[in-house]
Write a protein that binds this ligand. Structure first.
Ligand code: URA
Length: 174
């Protein structure tokens, strides 16, 4: 894990490990690295608002990332770095056993769901996320990354629909 050498803190996760809904983003940024907590920068503030819009918060979800250390200067993580962290992301999901997995952005969609289309094409549907040790598949969906929404607010409308879809699924599952 050479990213560990340039990072200040490990950013593993935040929230409730007993919750039934897990959100996975891409990689920690500067503020996350400073605090050792995921989604505490600008994107995190928008994510908190998105959660609040469907009556969720950090006491009712668990948040983590595809990469556990900030890549220097926020560069895109390499496929090797993604591959190194992936077993731990899988294990995290396996231990929490959520009903719902929300994949934030294209990098997480490629790593976790092996889906390579743009988020705009992947969003708005449910995927089965299979974990061999779990008897039921986890319902997974892809959402625009909150940092992307800050720069492309025109997509907020779709993100809002997707949040309502998640809220509906949550009602059906638990
Ligand atoms: N963006 C992410 O994907 N994760 C974070 O923790 C912060 C910003």
């Amino acid at each position: 894990f050479h990213l560990k050498k340039t990072a200040t803190n490990l950013v593993f996760g935040d929230g409730n490990t007993k919750s039934k809904i897990v959100f996975i983003g891409d990689a920690p940024g500067a503020e996350e690295d400073r605090q050792g907590k995921p989604f505490v920068g600008q994107g995190g503030q928008l994510l908190d608002k998105m959660l609040a819009s469907i009556n969720l918060d950090r006491s009712t979800v668990f948040l983590s990332n595809t990469i556990f250390w900030r890549p220097p200067g926020n560069r895109t993580p390499t496929s090797q770095e993604i591959a190194q962290c992936l077993p731990f992301v899988h294990r995290l999901i396996e231990l929490i056993e959520p009903f719902i997995l929300v994949v934030l952005g294209g990098l997480a969609a490629r790593s976790l769901l092996s889906e390579t289309l743009a988020v705009g094409r992947l969003r708005g549907k449910w995927y089965n996320y299979e974990i061999p040790s779990l008897s039921r598949p986890i319902k997974a969906t892809v959402l625009f990354h909150p940092e992307y929404l800050i720069n492309s607010p025109a997509h907020k409308r779709e993100a809002w629909q997707d949040l309502l879809m998640i809220q509906e699924m949550k009602k059906n599952l638990y």
